[in-house]
Design a binder for this molecule. Sequence first.
Ligand code: 3PG
Length: 308
Amino acid sequence: MKVLIATEKPFAAVAVEGIKKEIEAAGYELAMLEKYTEKAQLLEAVADVDAVIIRSDKIDAEVLDAAKQLKIVVRAGAGYDNVDLEAATAHGVVVMNTPGQNANAVAELVFGLLVFAVRGFYNGKAGTELMGKKFGILAFGNVGRNVARIAKGFGMDVYAYDAFCPADAIEAAGVHAANSQDELFEACDIVSLHIPATPETKQSINKALVGKMKKGAVLVNTARKEVIDESGLLELMSERTDLRYVTDIKPDADAEFAKMEGRYFSTPKKMGAQTAEANVNAGIAAAKQIVGFFKDGCTKYQVKKEAE
Ligand code: 3PG
């Protein structure tokens, strides 16, 4: 069996070592393709592999066509919008993710971005504190729950809304359950996005919704750029000069947003899951899931195409 790590944005070395150990202990061979710049490199690297571990790397029909022996793709991370699930099914390739493994890393970055924003991007002037502020979490999954835990440590008043998580479960975690997405945006000083990019969520964070936020509000995005209606948000931010947007995913309209001086920041490259711990957790989980799949037929973390 040959397993490929294909990561345009590489794992920490310690994570690669851990993955190698798991793969070699199972008697398999590990191949590496890191920091590739051309799709052709990926097409060549997948040609003779049985399994591939990826991050935000795109697996589409062309890659699947080139991977004649491929049986399984594991996305070491949570979001799998980078994998064409329909094409994978058509090619008989199983797709898995490693939910929760990098959630704390992403959650910690939310507060890195947030303190930076409310302190005026460290411009020397008096900013504000997080304590006592109403903080809204959109989607209460693994990342959202970690964000709630940390927000409580800051002394924030924490709210959440999740279309798929009952209010009781949110309240049981010691968080106020908002009745709707609109209510969450209306009520909170800060909203942090933790929704996946799906046909329903794409461009759903739009002018009307963000426009409901209070004066001086902050929107934090460590989820996906696709969930933002960029032109709507740009329009809103030019009308409402009190609003701030901080993101871990550079928007397509980065240059336009950058004109909103003192109200916008984007990390140069997605940094949410870029910690040694998250890389180790997600990478080793991916390796174990591959071994479990080949040795025991285990498909526990298989993801399927949602009905559109
Ligand atoms: C995820 O979906 O797990 C995160 O967005 C992390 O993505 P990355 O592996 O590309 O850093």
